[in-house]
Design a protein around this ligand. Sequence first.
Ligand SMILES: NC(=O)c1ccc[n+]([C@@H]2O[C@H](COP(=O)([O-])OP(=O)(O)OC[C@H]3O[C@@H](n4cnc5c(N)ncnc54)[C@H](OP(=O)(O)O)[C@@H]3O)[C@@H](O)[C@H]2O)c1
Length: 252
Amino acid sequence: MQIIWITGGSSGIGFATATEFLKNGWKVIISSSNENKLKLAAKRLEKYNLNNLLHTIQCDISLKKDVNETVTFIEKKIGKIDIALLNASAYSPNKEQIFDISNYELLVDVNIKGTLYCINKLKDFMNGRNNTIAIVASPLGYRGWPTAGAYGISKAAQLSLSESLYFDFKKLKINIRVICPGFIDTEATRQNSFKMPFLKSAEYAGKKIFNRLTKGKEFEIIFPFLIVYFFKFTRILPYKIYFFIWKRLGNF
Ligand SMILES: NC(=O)c1ccc[n+]([C@@H]2O[C@H](COP(=O)([O-])OP(=O)(O)OC[C@H]3O[C@@H](n4cnc5c(N)ncnc54)[C@H](OP(=O)(O)O)[C@@H]3O)[C@@H](O)[C@H]2O)c1
């Protein structure tokens, strides 16, 4: 039986992906920092959990001790992790464009350090096993967006980290993959005050992630293709054009 650990599996993309893996007979461990949210998620997943394949573990990824204990518990008591989906993230758009250091600290702690803590412990167990660590980043990491400084640096860090570890972890026989969704309708993006182009449901994202993680081996998983490629294209624009586009889009 194959096993997936999904951080941030209590809502949004993580929850939808957990649903797909459960439906397809995988053993699924979802974790998140809020115990009540996890309990609610487990209740919603009951109908797909006919063979007791679902486990929930409270784990705040910004706490190294929590992460170390969680990975060790899964590996020793539940089974060997085939895929770790590092999906948990904090999100807080800064509509007023006010520099708030506590917001930066939170996103660095959860999205960057939390991801690093997970990888640090997973590598000890996964070494030589040909398993997969998939990191959920974002096109917001491709370039600096107005109102998204804290989130943007955390996602840019995850993208760069994924590329570096893709090479370095080959030697450990651990496959690194990166997932970049476009706009997906979740608790996080409901905080956005702008109209999100090509907005898709969390269920759509869950299905895409399940299919691509289980049926393909490519480094990068992106969806919907058109909008993410548009964001990718902005990477090569000179500053003059890039800043002009934002000026046309709003009062930035
Ligand atoms: N939605 C989009 O349009 C979009 C686009 C591109 C990339 N993404 C990425 O997709 C991933 C999932 O986002 P989402 O939109 O599905 O957001 P979401 O619904 O807000 O889910 C975030 C998940 O992360 C968990 N989490 C937050 N802080 C945590 C912590 N300290 N420790 C452990 N878990 C924590 C949350 O649960 P608790 O509150 O219980 O901890 C929740 O389960 C993120 O990495 C995000 O950057 C999303």
